[in-house]
Design a protein. Sequence first.
Length: 338
Amino acid sequence: MRRTRWAVILVVSLAAALPAGGQEPFFKGKTIRIIVGLAPGGGYDTYSRLLARHLGRYVPGNPTVIVENMPGAASLIAANHVYKVARPDGLTIGHFLGGLFLQQLLERPGVEFDARKFEYVGAPAQDHYVIGLSRTAGITSIEQWMTTKKVIKIGGVGTGSPTDDIPRILAATIGLPVQLVSGYKGTSEVRLAFNGGEVQGVCNSWESFRATWRRELEAGEVNIVLQPTAVAHAELSRVPLAITFARTDEARRLIEASVHTIPPNARPYVLPPGTPKDRVEMLRKAFMETMQSAELLGEAQKAKLDISAVDGAQLERSVKDSLNLEPALAARLKEILK
């Protein structure tokens, strides 16, 4: 009788120590890979390595989290890989340029995914894009640039990246005098080209500038001259907004419909289509808990990385909304970005 009672107690105790369903957490003892579609040393890589150092503590089972870089075609190779090749088991998270969603809408050759079918984990920040010019360009303000019409070489990653798409849209809408030099594997390579004199400018997020271009900013080697955003950043209140230079209704509508919609979608973390919903929800919850943790926020502050996280459900809605562009504007953007 006593032996039976102790057996019952043991079974109840073991059941209480296990998750619902009597199984160990799926992620226990496993490794989650974050596949970054851009080269090491840039903003996307920096955010991902910060996330990888902390995420495992908030995922049930405490898996190991590693970062793998898969650069190429402005991160399109990584996006297609996550969509078509990666197993939908929750162990592969993709991180690529959110501008690729617009490229799907514009039917860019090589896009082999449907953004509506990804499972969205979240985004660490809503980027605030700016255009910075080298001191050697001799241009210190957008007014001077637009008056002199001096053509500036801007370094880019490729179609689908804000480094390329925003300057092209602004060239077509406000006459920004730029020559795009594209094909770099990430903004870290653009920075090397900038410092070597190959290019004299870049369109990059202010968040990445502060974190990965800190030396150039502190040395006065780069001047921020334009903000292609809907609202000025608090730290850049004297830098003009691009839309104020639009002279036609079409130009304003194109900027609002494309450039202004980029920030919420800029740094998506996604899972392959078909990933089990319970694992999606686990990772969404873990992502937001990580983004709000004192350890991550403290490290981000030291690295000058902004954290203004967007949860997976909100990011999913934003991406789907951005794919509902009116046909006339979509056709014009396709012409500009072809």
